[in-house]
Design a protein around this ligand. Sequence first.
Ligand SMILES: [Zn+2]
Length: 223
Amino acid sequence: MGQNIAQTHSHYCVICDNSVPGFEHGGKSNDRKFCPNCRSKGRYRLIWLYLLRELSIDLRQFRVLHLAPERSLMKKLKSLGNLIYITADLMVKDVDVRLDLTRAGLLDQAFDLILCNHVLEHIKDDEAAIRELYRVLSPDGELLLTVPTNKGPVTEEYHLTHGRPLSSFTPEEHYREYGFDLVDKLREAGFSLEVVWYMKRFSAQDVLRLGLKNEVFFVCRRE
Ligand SMILES: [Zn+2]
């Protein structure tokens, strides 16, 4: 799988389905390799490929909750006719539901797929948010979770290392950078999980042509 997606020498964006001359660097990291057409980032494109290939998102009748939806990915998912697709955010207005993920107010086990990318680091009480994610996931459902990680074993809590009181942080900021102890936190909430380095399933050539960003997926299911 994934060996010969791009047949030409041009770059290709899997979200807007366009050949593009390349992916623009928008600053500090590879993550900011924007598609010049749909503005998707490398990590969005990797997520889309996972949804398409591993979950057959274009064919199945998932009830999807997309938290803090990435614009290009949201447009793509909305274009599929087979999903019940709900977007939610605390701050952004043009979503289906405005919610605080620590007390989401959604029905128990209501979603077969939850997309929660780069959200938890903005939440002070991330354990409460994780409990809510568990509560609203269906028994056979899957939570696809990504966060900025330091790739080490221990989460760095910024109020400790930056010497600032927790109360001074706002949801626009990051409260922490996660280490792999996030796995323990997710397990404590009841999830069974798989840590997936999905980009490793692609050839170096496809990584370049498709402009993918290496990011760890925490794939969580209810036990
Ligand atoms: Zn694109």
